[in-house]
Ligand binder design. Structure first.
Ligand code: ADP
Ligand code: MG
Length: 437
């Protein structure tokens, strides 16, 4: 008698001895059993008013029957209309959706990432007790987010009750701005300062934003003093974050900064093999070597190549050989350089960076921030697209081409004179390129 359905049949039989048939038929006819967990028996009724009646009047009867069957006390939970679906999907684990598979098991360790991996593992095993903060940095596509998620999963497994926060630097910024606008500062504060584990991905995005850095500074201190584990990732080491406040820079270096380098040949081979196994595709040694020799920049590209091969194989039913591979590799790189960013995307990214509306940027607003952002947008469009000065002017409320030229010249000069401005341009460019990866 283990299935919930069998249990429910027994419970009903026992209840029939105490209630009239009419009561049973009225309230329990369409009840179904959902699950018996360690201490809870879960049933479902499709109608919300029956759920209310059962919950207020009949739970003790169900509990009594369960006690007779198991000689143990159970909670009884009644699901109503629509709740069965959410119960089932919720059970599938709603912990960090989208991060499934980014685990330590799936992370290939090589000389380029072994320190970062070891540090991540140590932090996951003893959160708050080894390195705090752990600061992982390296270029895009080398596995920083993967490690951060792996830490989250491992801690969640070992401490299901821990409040684990994963947040990206730019999301933190946007949420804070929204919270300030809506007068919910306190709520925002509590959300992050009461975390047991605080993971911030791409922390470089908070640099240069005054209110964000201020808030983050206090969040950091609160968590740190309470010995809560903090892990940060970034595309550069703290000392190279030019627009980051000094007091944050110092704190980021308190624990352990470790870098991830592009994978060496051996690691590339191992990663390709690992990805192929996961995708269920078998690659001849020559093919694996070819990819490892030709795709060298980062792991994301290696993955992309293997995915492409899978698509080819499904499409052509081919045996994958070196010819197919060289085509896949060439495709990978051609795809990328063929696509030029559009002015819309550039404007969107500049606006996101400065937190202003596209309409303001394209329009006549002359506030200092907007004016600077507009000039940077013009400069970026000129650099990254083939649009003429006149066409660029059109994007900004039909501004004259000499105005556009003047703006571009100004930014060009600033980029040369100011490392901070150069960094801003570089960061926005990276965000634009990321949209086409
Ligand atoms: P980053 O955050 O540094 O830009 P990601 O963590 O998003 O990089 O990694 C890019 C892709 O490469 C992900 O799909 C990730 O699973 C994979 N990847 C990176 N490093 C490894 C590794 N060492 N082993 C297996 N997969 C990896
Ligand atoms: Mg990442």
């Amino acid at each position: 008698m283990n299935s919930p359905i069998e249990i429910w049949n027994h419970v009903r039989t026992l209840m029939e001895q105490e209630m009239t048939a009419t009561t049973i038929n009225t309230w329990f006819d369409d009840v179904t059993a959902v699950a018996l967990t360690e201490n809870t028996f879960i049933i479902h009724t499709p109608s919300d008013w029956k759920k209310d009646v059962i919950t207020t009047r009949y739970i003790p009867s169900v509990q009594k029957a369960l006690h007779e069957l198991f000689s143990a006390d159970f909670e009884v939970k009644v699901l109503g209309e629509g709740e069965l679906e959410s119960y089932r999907s919720g059970k599938k684990s709603n912990f960090l959706p989208g991060s499934e598979g980014y685990t330590f098991d799936n992370f290939v360790v090589g000389s380029s990432n072994k320190f970062a991996h070891a540090a991540a593992l140590s932090v996951a095993d003893r959160p708050g007790e080894s390195y705090n903060p752990l600061f992982i940095y390296g270029e895009s596509g080398l596995g920083k987010t993967h490690l951060l998620y792996a830490i989250a999963h491992k801690i969640h497994e070992q401490h299901p009750d821990y409040r684990i926060i994963y947040i990206k630097g730019d999301t933190f910024t946007n949420e804070l701005i929204q919270a300030i606008r809506e007068g919910r500062n306190q709520e925002f504060r509590e959300k992050y300062r009461f975390a047991d584990v605080f993971l911030m991905d791409d922390v470089q995005f908070i640099a240069g934003k005054e209110s964000t850095q201020e808030e983050f500074f206090h969040t950091f201190n609160t968590l740190y003093e309470a010995k809560r584990q903090i892990v940060l990732t970034s595309d550069r080491p703290p000392k190279d974050m030019l627009r980051l406040e000094e007091r944050l820079k110092t704190r980021f270096e308190w624990g352990l900064p470790v870098d991830i380098q592009p994978p060496d040949y051996e690691t590339r081979m191992a990663i390709i093999k690992n990805k192929a196994i996961h995708l269920g595709i078998s690659l001849p040694d020559g093919v694996i070597q070819y990819i490892a020799e030709n795709v060298t920049a980062n792991v994301r590209q290696l993955e992309g190549t293997v995915n492409k091969l899978l698509a080819y194989q499904q499409l052509l039913g081919d045996n994958v050989d070196v010819n197919t591979v060289s085509r896949a590799v060439r495709d990978m790189f051609r795809d990328k350089s063929d696509v030029l960013p559009t002015s819309d995307v550039i404007i969107e990214e500049v606006c996101k960076f400065y937190n202003i509306e596209a309409d303001a940027l394209r329009g006549q607003s002359r506030t200092k921030d907007t004016a600077q952002a507009r000039q940077i947008a013009m400069y970026q469009i000129r650099r990254l697209t083939t649009l003429s000065l006149k066409e660029i002017g059109k994007e900004f409320g039909n501004r004259d081409h000499t105005t556009v030229l003047h703006s571009i010249d100004r930014i060009e000069k600033q980029v040369k004179q100011s490392p901070e401005i150069a960094e801003i341009v570089k960061d926005i460019t990276a965000n634009i390129n990321a949209r086409y990866e």
